[in-house]
Write a new protein. Structure first.
Length: 149
């Protein structure tokens, strides 16, 4: 197997493991007794993990295959895309949390929901790095970003 295929398979495996261990990993970073119970009972962990994974992989895909320009093939351009994913993910996850809680009896955990977003930032950054190293090899212009081969 070639190096690029190994990286792709490894990225898929890490993503699947993240999905399978989503509750444990997210609660590892932030856990509050009533809040975490409601998150689990309402299935919000599933949605949050999906948002984290989707935004990270889509963000990496946009950078490597849509932008894919010689003008944007430096590490700071990659870092800017990482920053955008790290900002968009907690905003989207916060919206999901607030929406699901309000739809289910008007439950409100404003401080806990805001604090939980630290976990979404952390895992979105990690997943973006995993996605980047998994799919960068087929990019025509940005394959050497952020670290040259």
């Amino acid at each position: 197997m070639q190096k690029d295929t190994i990286y792709l398979v490894a990225g898929i495996v890490v993503t699947v493991l993240f999905w399978l261990l989503r509750v444990q990993l997210l609660e590892l970073v932030y856990n509050a007794p009533g809040y975490s119970d409601n998150m689990y009972n309402l299935g919000i962990y599933d949605t949050v993990a999906m948002v984290i994974t989707a935004l990270a992989w889509v963000g990496a895909g946009v950078y490597y295959y849509v932008i894919n320009s010689v003008r944007f093939d430096r590490w700071w351009h990659w870092l800017a895309m990482l920053a955008m994913v790290a900002v968009l993910t907690p905003v989207a996850c916060y919206s999901v949390n607030v929406s699901v809680f309000s739809d289910n009896g008007g439950i409100s955990y404003p401080a806990e929901t805001a604090a939980f977003q630290t976990a979404t930032v952390l895992y979105s950054v990690l997943m973006f790095v995993v996605a980047s190293f998994s799919i960068r090899w087929w990019s025509s212009n940005c394959r050497h970003t952020p670290i040259p081969q």
